[in-house]
Write a protein that binds this ligand. Structure first.
Ligand SMILES: [Cu+2]
Length: 332
């Protein structure tokens, strides 16, 4: 029988990616080679703490009852027991010591294996930015992480603006994304499917919407997917390419298409409109200005907007830039 995990109850009714059903009440489905060990260690600590806490509290209550003052009026106190009990004291020191050392060895082994990606792991770059995860593939950037099943994958992580944290609950791995520095994590997926990704570091207004998912492809499926994506991007007409990038590059988190204001100006009717900048100058939006806005966004900051657009220098090819420009043009 499958039970509803308490984690599922935490899901608000938004566009949150769904956790696949788990056979455990406590944990999301485990879908990586290391998840099982991590869960065991975790459960050992939880149950161990519970058992000891219960035993200690029971003993405490028992002693309170047995050794309490017999009568307040007479101010009688129970006989103090000053004697040592060497056997008892050694027992309650040595047994916990073995447990704690075992926990250390167990935890350390887990730590070492989680910090050591196997040789020959597939490498994928992940970028955290407000408020989107982006993953780099030979054909370009994707907003979902695609990986093959049964193959170790090393994710090299960095952030462009503030701290984020890449969290894959089903694989039991999480790592901070830090501006100006690379971090990494690795996992080997054991189940084909679609698993959620969260940002686990509070990073501002839309932090809780910084969601994505991992798609684990069946054997051969990953290579097929890569080839398809490559072909798709070569064949697609420019405005459609732009539309695709608007979603996949995270432009949609800050720019609307319907004229409403988000973090940045709406793209609707942008082409040809006269834009005022914070330095007092103004200019009619043309192809070169859009290109400059994307590659060097802080060179001209639109009046009344914060200079918070990330640069896409080195992330978009010329054809992709033209695609975005043609798409913006089409948004009359
Ligand atoms: Cu974040």
């Amino acid at each position: 029988m499958t039970m509803v995990s308490p984690l599922l109850l935490l899901q608000p009714a938004t566009n949150l990616p769904k956790f696949p059903e788990s056979d455990s009440v406590w944990m999301p489905l485990d879908a990586s080679t290391t998840a099982h060990d991590t869960d065991w260690l975790y459960m050992f600590m939880v149950w161990g703490s519970l058992i000891f806490a219960t035993a200690i509290f029971a003993a405490m209550l028992y002693f309170v009852k047995v050794y309490r003052a017999k009568s307040r009026e007479a101010n009688e106190i129970a006989e103090p027991s000053a004697e040592h009990n060497t056997t008892l004291e050694i027992t309650w020191s040595v047994i916990p010591m073995f447990i704690v050392v075992a926990l250390f060895v167990w935890g350390f082994q887990g730590f070492v294996s989680l910090r050591t990606p196997p040789k020959g792991a597939l490498e994928i770059q992940a970028t955290g930015q407000k408020w989107k995860w982006l993953f780099d593939y030979p054909h370009g950037t994707e907003d979902a992480l695609h990986v093959p099943v049964n193959r170790p994958v090393r994710i090299v992580i960095h952030a462009v603006d503030v701290l984020h944290s890449l969290y894959l609950p089903n694989f039991r791995v999480k790592m901070d994304a830090v501006p100006g520095r690379y971090t990494d994590l690795w996992f080997q997926a054991t189940k084909v499917g679609d698993f959620p990704i969260f940002c686990a570091e509070y990073c501002g207004t839309s932090h809780s919407d910084m969601l994505s998912h991992v798609i684990v492809h069946p054997p051969g499926g990953y290579e097929k997917w890569l080839a398809e994506q490559k072909k798709k991007l070569e064949d697609i007409p420019l405005p459609e390419l732009g539309k695709l990038l608007y979603q996949k590059q995270g432009c949609s988190t800050c720019h609307t298409l319907d004229g409403s204001r988000l973090i940045g100006p709406s793209w609707k009717g942008m082409f040809g409109r006269t834009e005022k900048f914070t330095d007092g100058s103004s200019l009619a939006v043309d192809e070169n200005y859009i290109r400059q806005s994307i590659l060097d966004p802080q060179s001209k900051v639109v009046d009344t907007f914060p200079p918070s657009m990330p640069t896409y220098q080195g992330k978009l090819s010329d054809r992709q830039l033209s695609g975005i420009i043609e798409y913006i043009k089409s948004l009359k």
